[in-house]
Design a protein. Structure first.
Length: 350
């Protein structure tokens, strides 16, 4: 193996698809490229090549002949350059057509490079190293882009989904639930009297409390539930598939998990309590804002009932959204009971 192949370019070799109808050329290409350490897939027509390129993990480098049965090399280039495809393939056209106009036509159709027949082994190896280098750079850019995207969707302090990302995920879940006639539960959670924590222990301690509350919250949901930070000391969780009773049980379990033990900080242990508003979306309800409005009524009632409790609200969303009354006045008929004896607060029946 040549030393140039064992450095940066050869560290992560791409898979190679060879589509060539000439038997001798096909065997030569396969022999050389496998000897250089690449994984190779070989076909003798364009139709089979196209089928392979539809797989979930297709080869990244495509070496194709211009004239092939089924789908020729030019048409294959055009299909691979369709904007709907999410991954970029490096295309090397190997052809006996070496006139300037032919080369231009191949490049304009989507080929990255052209190699005229007959070709020498060192020239093919050099072209393949160029392809490997370009694909490696592309993968680095994709990885960097995904990292930035992930950072943009996460809350900087807690690592939970930020508000924008959570609402988007919740919308997709409601759409899915509408198609399957399923339910979606939502909790809105607020750390009680959190301003007092900041005033007493300082904002750095307050940040530690928020981070620990987020950690305890994340540990008490399923892997496919969505947990986000609404803002400040407020959080929300979407639960695919939960009905009212299941959601109420989940709300109380989370409240106990977050509030049962004080949170240690350098400034001292901080005891916190949690108020929770709960609601369930039942198809055909699809709007995230409607579901949030109903859960928000439950949260306000939990606050008005003395805090440190959970309130489930089932008030019709149309009545909530069309009313000019404050949330607390919308829910005057709710009876949450005393916080000290509240396991699951009485559901909102207004």
């Amino acid at each position: 193996m040549h030393s140039s192949e064992s450095g940066t370019y050869g560290a992560e070799r791409p898979r190679v698809l060879i589509a060539e109808d000439d038997t001798i050329t096909r065997l030569i290409l396969k022999h050389w490229i496998q000897r250089w350490g690449y994984e190779v897939v070989v076909v003798d027509n364009g139709q089979d090549a196209w089928q392979i390129l539809q797989q979930e993990r297709p080869p990244e480098v495509v070496i194709i002949d211009w004239g092939m049965p089924g789908i020729d090399g030019i048409e294959l280039c055009r299909r691979l350059r369709d904007k709907s495809r999410s991954y970029y393939h490096y295309i090397l056209m190997v052809t006996g057509r070496t006139e300037e106009l032919d080369v231009v036509h191949a490049l304009e159709s989507g080929a990255d490079d052209c190699l005229g027949k007959p070709f020498a082994e060192p020239e093919l190896r050099a072209r393949l190293l160029v392809a490997t280098r370009i694909l490696a750079l592309q993968n680095e850019l994709i990885h960097a882009r995904e990292e930035l995207r992930a950072q943009a969707m996460r809350d900087g302090l807690t690592g939970l989904w930020n508000r924008t990302a959570f609402l988007d995920l919740c919308k997709h879940e409601l759409d899915r639930a509408a198609r399957t006639n399923g339910r979606t539960g939502l909790l809105m959670l607020d750390l009680d009297n959190f301003k007092l924590v900041n005033d007493t222990y300082g904002h750095l301690a307050g940040d530690l409390v928020l981070k620990e509350a987020a950690r305890r919250l994340s540990q008490n949901v399923r892997s496919y539930d969505f947990v986000g930070r609404f803002g400040g000391e407020e959080f929300f969780v979407a639960f695919p598939g939960l009905d009212r009773d299941q959601l109420c049980q989940r709300a109380e379990a989370i409240r106990i998990a977050i509030c049962s033990d004080p949170i240690p900080t350098p400034q001292g242990d901080v005891s916190i309590t949690l108020s929770v508003g709960a609601a369930v979306a039942v198809p055909p309800q699809k709007s995230v804002s409607e579901l949030l409005a109903i859960a928000d009524v439950g949260l306000y009632k939990a606050k008005d009932s003395g805090r440190n409790c959970s309130v489930f609200c089932k008030k019709p969303q149309s009545e909530i959204l069309n009313s000019n009354l404050p949330h607390r006045d919308l829910c005057v008929q709710c009876d949450a009971g005393s916080p000290s004896s509240c396991v699951i607060s009485a559901p909102c029946t207004c």
